[in-house]
Design a protein around this ligand. Structure first.
Ligand SMILES: C[S@@+](CC[C@H](N)C(=O)[O-])C[C@H]1O[C@@H](n2cnc3c(N)ncnc32)[C@H](O)[C@@H]1O
Length: 565
C-alpha cells in the first residue's frame, strides 16, 4: 500500500514540467496553520556524531552535548552503538530497522574501530538492508516502492538526479565512496549491480531527505517521507517545515489558496542570488521563482509580503517601515553585494578557540560589510549573520555578555522582520527567547549592583537601570507564546522553555499591575492601557538598547575596550 496522503494535500504529476511532481493544497490555509503532519517517515536518523546522545528511534536529544551516552539513554546491549530513551523506543526501532542494522555496527567497530557511521552511509545501509537483508529486513515493500517505484503515478520512485550528480566529478567521487562504504558495512551481497543501486539510493536521499538541524535544541539528522518529498522549492516559499523528534509539520508561511502549489525553501533563501543558486546546485535545477527572476533582495520581497500586518503584534510593529524600509540603495549595487558575500564566505575561520583569531575574523567580516552598513541595509547578508555570530559568541562570554543584548535587540528589529516577515518564523521566536535569557542575566547584575562593573557603556547601563526588565521579559514571552503555536509543534523545546519561564515571571510577587496590563495587551493588542504600557515599557527600551548596537560593536572590534578589566 502506498502511504496515504494527508487530507490537505494532493500530488500533481506533470511529466512535461521540469519539476515533474508537486504538492498542491486541497483547501485554503492561513499563515501559520498546519497543512499536514508526517509521523511515519521512511528514514529518520540522528547525525552520526550525535547517535550516542540522541534516542535512535524517537530522536529525543539528551541535554548533554558530550559524546558520552547520557544516563537516561541506554545503549543496545548487542551493538552498543545505538542508544534509546526507553524499552518502547528500543523495541520499535528493532522492528523497524535495528534488527537488520545491529550486526552492521559490530562490523563497523571491527573494520573501522568506530561505533558510529556518517549519516548518509548509515541511511543508505538501512535502505540496502531493507532491500537485501533477507530475514531480518522489515518494510522491504515500502522501501522498494519508495525508492524504485510502484506507486502508480509516482512510478520510478523518488527523484535522484543521478545523471546530474555524475556531471560533478568531485561530488560524484564522494558519493561513490559513501555508497561503497554502505555496501561493505551493510554486509549485503557485493557486486556492481548492488553498488549501482547504492549510488542511486544515496542520490535519492540527498535529493529528498530534509535536514533536521537545529543548533538551539541539539536536534540533528535527516528525515525522509515520500509524500513530503513531493514538495518543490521556491526562494519565496509559501510554506515551511518544523521538525519535532520523529514528526515533521508542514505549515503555511503565507496565505495559500485551494489548488495552489505548496513550496518550501530547500536552502537559506535570504542569501544573495548567486549564493542561493550555488546552494541549490545539489538539487540540479535552476530556480525561476520571482525572487530569482527579478533578483529581489530581502527588503524588496518583504515590501510586497501579504503577512506584513501580522507584525502589528511584534517587536517591529511599524508596518510602514516594513513596506518602505529606510535603506539607501544608491550606496551599494547588487553586483557589489554578491562580491561582498563571496569574499566574506572565503575568509578563513580560525581552527582553534583563540580569542584573538576570532576577533580578527570578526573585524575582517565587519570591514567587508561596510558598504551595507553605510547603506543601512542591515538585513542583507552577510551583514546580519556577521552581527548574529558576534551576538552568539558574546552571549556566553563572561566579559562580553552585556554587550550581546543590544546586538540581539538590533537583530530582532532591523534584520529578522525583513528576512522572515511572518513573526511566527522560528528564527524570530528564538531570538526573542535569547533576549529574555540575557535580560535574566542583566537583571541580576542590575539588582546586585554589578552592572556598572560589567559594562562601561553609560547609555547601556543607564537604560538597563531604568528599564523594567521583568516586564520586558514577560512581554517577550507573551509574544513568543502568541506566535510560537504557529511556529513548530506545541512540543517544540524553545516554546516549552518560554512557557515555563512565563509561569516563573507571572508568579513573581509585587508586579500584579504590570502583569495585568501585559495580559490585557496580549489578549487585545488594541487595549489602550495595555498598548501604551507595551509601547513605553517594552518597545522603547528595546529600541534604545538596539540603538547602541552598532557603536558598541564597532568599539569592541576597534579594540576601544568598553569593558572594565
Ligand atoms: C524533493 S524533490 C521534489 C519532488 C520532485 N519534483 C519529484 O517529482 O519527485 C526535489 C527535486 O525536485 C525538482 N525541483 C524542486 N523544486 C524545483 C523547482 N522550483 N524547479 C524545478 N525543479 C524543481 C528538482 O529535480 C529537485 O532535485
Amino acid at each position: 500500500m502506498p502511504p496515504q496522503l494527508p487530507a490537505g494535500v494532493r500530488i500533481h504529476n506533470d511529466p512535461a514540467s521540469p519539476k515533474r511532481r508537486s504538492l498542491h493544497a486541497t483547501q485554503p490555509f492561513s499563515p501559520g496553520s498546519v497543512i499536514a503532519t508526517f509521523t511515519d517517515p521512511l528514514l529518520a536518523l540522528p547525525d552520526g556524531a550525535t547517535m550516542r546522545t540522541t534516542c535512535n528511534y524517537c530522536l529525543r536529544t539528551s541535554s548533554s552535548l558530550s559524546s558520552m551516552p547520557s544516563p537516561d539513554l541506554k545503549a543496545c546491549t548487542a551493538c552498543k552503538a545505538a542508544v534509546y530513551c526507553g524499552p518502547a523506543c528500543q523495541r520499535a526501532h528493532w522492528k523497524a530497522t535495528h534488527r537488520a542494522e545491529c550486526k552492521m555496527f559490530a562490523r563497523v567497530r571491527e573494520q573501522a574501530g568506530k561505533d558510529w557511521l556518517p549519516t548518509p552511509v548509515r541511511a543508505v545501509a538501512q535502505v540496502l538492508l531493507a532491500l537485501y537483508g533477507g530475514k531480518g529486513a522489515s518494510g522491504e515493500g515500502d522501501v522498494k516502492r519508495a525508492f524504485f517505484g510502484g506507486h502508480g503515478e509516482d512510478d520510478g520512485g523518488l527523484e535522484g538526479n543521478v545523471e546530474g550528480f555524475k556531471k560533478d566529478e568531485e561530488v560524484w567521487k564522494d558519493l561513490e565512496l559513501q555508497a561503497t562504504a554502505a555496501v561493505v558495512y551493510a554486509g549485503v551481497l557485493q557486486g556492481e549491480e548492488v553498488l549501482v543501486k547504492a549510488r542511486e539510493i544515496l542520490c535519492k536521499i540527498q535529493t529528498n531527505a530534509f535536514n533536521r538541524l537545529d543548533a538551539d535544541t541539539g536536534m540533528t539528522g535527516i528525515f525522509l517521507d515520500v509524500r513530503l518529498a513531493m514538495v518543490n522549492h521556491s526562494c519565496v516559499p509559501n510554506a515551511f517545515i518544523g521538525f519535532d523528534k520523529r514528526t515533521a509539520v508542514l505549515r503555511a508561511e503565507r496565505p495559500i489558496k485551494e489548488g495552489e502549489e505548496i513550496t518550501i525553501s530547500y536552502i537559506d533563501n535570504t542569501l544573495p542570488k548567486a549564493a542561493r543558486h550555488e546552494a541549490l546546485r545539489l538539487y540540479h535545477f535552476l530556480c525561476d521563482c520571482f525572487r530569482c527572476k527579478d533578483d529581489l533582495d530581502v527588503y524588496e520581497v518583504c515590501q510586497s509580503s501579504p503577512v506584513i500586518p501580522l507584525n502589528s503584534v511584534s517587536l517591529q510593529p511599524d508596518l510602514a517601515k516594513l513596506r518602505d524600509p529606510l535603506v539607501d540603495r544608491s550606496r551599494v549595487s547588487k553586483a557589489e553585494i554578491e562580491a561582498i558575500y563571496k569574499k566574506w564566505q572565503v575568509l578563513a575561520k580560525p581552527d582553534g578557540g583563540d580569542e584573538k583569531d576570532h576577533l580578527k575574523l570578526a573585524q575582517e567580516r565587519w570591514k567587508l560589510c561596510q558598504p551595507l552598513v553605510e547603506a543601512k541595509m542591515w538585513a542583507i547578508e552577510p551583514l546580519p549573520t556577521t552581527i548574529q555570530q558576534l551576538a552568539t559568541s558574546w552571549q556566553t562570554s563572561y566579559k562580553m555578555v552585556v554587550y550581546a543584548l543590544p546586538l540581539l535587540c538590533f537583530l530582532s528589529i532591523e534584520c529578522d522582520p525583513y528576512k522572515f516577515v511572518a513573526p511566527f518564523m522560528p528564527w524570530r521566536i528564538k531570538n526573542m527567547v535569547a533576549i529574555v535569557k540575557l535580560l535574566a542575566v542583566t537583571g541580576e547584575f542590575t539588582a546586585s549592583g554589578a552592572l556598572a562593573t560589567r559594562c562601561t557603556h553609560e547609555g547601556l547601563v543607564g537604560t538597563l537601570a531604568t528599564a523594567d526588565q521583568v516586564s520586558i521579559c514577560e512581554a517577550l514571552l507573551r509574544l513568543v507564546v502568541h506566535h510560537g503555536s504557529s511556529s513548530a509543534s506545541e512540543d517544540w523545546d524553545v516554546l516549552k522553555q518560554a512557557k515555563s519561564m512565563l509561569e516563573d515571571v507571572e508568579s513573581l510577587e509585587g508586579r500584579e499591575q504590570e502583569s495585568n496590563l501585559l495580559r490585557a495587551w496580549a489578549k487585545d493588542p488594541q487595549d489602550p492601557e495595555g498598548a501604551a504600557f507595551f509601547e513605553n515599557q517594552v518597545l522603547r527600551p528595546i529600541q534604545t538598547l538596539a540603538g547602541f548596537a552598532v557603536e558598541t560593536l564597532e568599539a569592541m572590534l576597534d579594540g576601544k575596550s568598553l569593558v572594565k578589566k
